[in-house]
Design a protein around this ligand. Structure first.
Ligand code: SF4
Length: 451
């Protein structure tokens, strides 16, 4: 299997005396095995590198020595600043979900892979891993709220209706932000996985087969992709949101179903759907460039100057000339890190939702007051991985005492509230892995053949 380019360092650095943490988690949020580490961390007098690093080193350095080259630390860009900075400091990699997915298969010498991000990302790495590679997540309760809107038991009954109606003429495209079980559904229908960086390539590939497409789970990425490809949006039908409207509905009750070319599952990301056309115009009117993630609403994306994956957003800013002013519409921790790093290059960055004064409504031309959202809409679930989780995971692994709950196998589902895990076994798991792998490999093939 081919792979993406090697992951380049973010260039993020720790600054002396500047706190590196996003805020502490309550002690009862930790698994029992992790509580001693959390207690020690909470007892540190502050969160500056001077205090945090010696404590972390005392656990992480022995683990690095113990595992040597067989250990790989991974984090997603959306992790709080400290994890992104710390993982790189200890030799790990920070990347978007596409590059993370490939890390086990392109680094066969890495036998112990520790991921600080959400569960579906770890599960995807595990799906493409060899039998002698283990994937661990520092907090198994770190779920993705979008993925939670497309559990297999929600999608399956609707997919069954579609298959009963259209049979082989239906193909499922599963966004990376899905469990392996949903990726397997895509594989079984001849479909593929996609990410925000290659969704247009994958949907284009599917359209060329003259199939109807079920795009799961992000309604907004699906619609933005359709618009990017010049599809007739009247032939793109959005399904009801499974959490708010349930799954007890009949396909034929929806208008436009038979004429539709693409069906959008009704999921969304709460972090990205806060962005509005008014916010985009507010920054543009001030002379700022606006770039935005395609999980945002179509109306905001279409007004922005550019749209793309986290890797696109990072590179777009960091490759801009000094003096540039760019408002970025995506996850808050990511924008905070980007803002910090871009400042070293003389580039000003703001979070798209951080507007503090009156704006004019795009639709009605009425002037309305829009509150600031300085909180920056961080991905709260992803940030359930923090320094005590990283220190604890590595120390427990070194001692051979890591909880089995943190070991991620393809097909695992974990309840984000109770941490109850359901693990597939035997032929169910073998079949699921094989189907999900097929969908992932199709994505890789489509992507790599056009790069
Ligand atoms: S930012 Fe949204 S889509 Fe991404 S992991 Fe968090 S909840 Fe999921």
């Amino acid at each position: 299997m081919t792979g993406a380019q090697p992951i380049a360092p973010t260039g993020i650095t720790l600054q002396p005396e500047i706190p590196i943490c996003q805020g502490d988690l309550p002690l009862d949020w930790y698994q029992e095995e992790f509580k001693p580490y959390a207690e020690e961390y909470i007892a540190l007098s502050d969160r500056t590198p001077e205090n945090v690093l010696p404590w972390l080193d005392s656990y992480i350095k022995p683990a690095l020595d113990h595992f040597g080259e067989s250990l790989l630390l991974l984090a997603h860009y959306y992790m709080g600043g400290e994890i992104v900075k710390l993982v790189e400091r200890y030799g790990g990699k920070v990347a978007d979900s596409y590059a993370l997915a490939l890390q086990a298969s392109r680094n066969p010498e890495k036998k112990v892979i520790v991921e600080s991000a959400v569960h579906f990302m770890a599960e995807t790495i595990a799906t493409l891993a060899s039998d002698d590679q283990q994937v661990w997540i520092t907090n198994p309760k770190a779920g993705c709220t979008m993925e939670m809107m497309a559990k297999d038991w929600m999608v399956k009954p609707i997919e069954d209706q579609l298959l009963a109606k259209y049979g082989d003429d239906l193909l499922v495209v599963a966004y990376m932000n899905t469990s392996g079980r949903i990726k397997a559904l895509a594989g079984r229908t001849g479909g593929a996985v996609c990410t925000s960086s290659n969704a247009h390539l994958v949907v284009d590939w599917a359209r060329k087969q003259n199939k109807k497409i079920l795009f799961v789970p992000d309604e907004h990425l699906g619609r933005n992709t359709a618009a990017k490809l010049g599809m007739d949006l009247n032939k793109v039908v959005a399904f009801p949101n499974p959490l708010y409207e349930g799954i007890d509905w009949k396909l034929d009750e929806l208008p436009g179903v038979d004429e539709a070319e693409m069906y959008l599952w009704g999921g969304f990301c709460g972090v990205h759907t806060v962005f509005t056309p008014e916010q985009v115009l507010w920054w543009k009117n001030k002379g700022w460039r606006v770039i935005i993630h395609p999980e945002s609403r179509l109306e905001a994306v279409q007004l922005a100057d550019g749209s793309g994956s986290t890797a696109y957003l990072w590179n777009e800013v960091m490759n801009s000339p000094a003096g540039s002013k760019i408002a970025v519409g995506t996850e808050g921790h990511f924008v905070r890190n980007l803002k910090e790093q871009a400042a070293f290059k003389g580039i000003q960055v703001a979070h798209l939702a951080d507007i503090t004064s009156e704006v004019t409504s795009v639709a009605s031309s009425e002037v309305t007051s829009v509150a600031s959202s300085e909180a920056g809409c961080g991905c709260a679930t992803m940030s359930r991985n923090d320094p005590p989780h990283l220190a604890g995971m590595l120390d427990l692994l070194r001692k051979g005492e890591a909880p089995d709950l943190n070991l991620v196998l393809a097909g695992d589902t974990v309840d984000e509230t109770t941490a109850k895990r359901e693990r597939l076994t035997g032929s169910d798991r073998t079949r699921m892995v094989s189907d999900a792998k097929l969908a992932l490999e199709r994505m890789i093939q489509i992507t790599e053949s056009t790069s």
